[in-house]
Design a protein. Structure first.
Length: 204
């Protein structure tokens, strides 16, 4: 146990889900309605009864949906880790990993943790958009679709973390962060809309 705790201090993943990350896009399997029996565990009263591993299973299911929805060519791997406060989530593109802070996972509301997962998933999309821009013919790089990618690339190369109070505003206002926040907020609304619609139609 000691090595696990020591590693966790530095942000190394402590727990991983039983649900496998999806590496090949399967349109039917990567939809909310196909996974609704798992996603209804995001109801607050059910979420708080889940173990860490069970919560990670739910989040990995959501990450698989996100990978398909965002059109990613890679999987998204969800893990729990001890992250430095106030960081609740962190995306690592070298391993396509979404790390969720263990305390956040254990103690916060389900919608908040789902929002973190979707936020970090969008960072994965931002990286792929930068890749697409970098690999494009020079004549194509002025396309409007690539406008965000130019900003993302500059921000990734000069990234400002939110761990220092003096840099919090600079961190918060980065486009890669504001776009991820906006996306995550919208997706959380969509998830819960489908969850409660399902529950309404399947109530006794």
């Amino acid at each position: 146990m000691a090595p696990m705790i020591i590693n966790g201090v530095f942000g190394t993943s402590l727990f991983k889900p039983q649900v496998k990350a999806t590496t090949v896009y399967e349109p039917r399997e990567q939809m909310v309605d196909h996974n609704i029996e798992t996603l209804i565990l995001l109801q607050p009263e059910r979420w708080e009864m889940l173990s860490i591993e069970e919560k990670l299973d739910v989040l990995q299911t959501a990450a698989n949906i996100e990978a398909g929805y965002l059109g990613l060519p890679n999987e998204l791997n969800v893990r729990a880790a001890n992250l430095t406060e106030p960081t609740q989530g962190r995306y690592e593109d070298n391993s396509y990993t979404i790390n969720i802070d263990l305390e956040h996972l254990q103690n916060d509301e389900s919608w908040e943790v789902l929002e973190t997962c979707c936020h970090e998933a969008f960072h994965g999309y931002e990286y792929r958009l930068v890749d697409a821009y970098d690999s494009s013919d020079e004549r194509m790089k002025n396309l409007r679709v690539f406008e965000p990618a130019v900003t993302y690339s500059e921000e990734f190369n000069n990234y400002v973390t939110g761990n220092n109070a003096d840099t919090w505003e600079d961190y918060y206002e980065q486009r890669c962060e504001s776009d991820a926040r906006s996306y995550a907020e919208t997706m959380v609304e969509n998830y819960y809309s489908e969850i409660y619609e399902y529950l309404d139609t399947h109530s006794d």
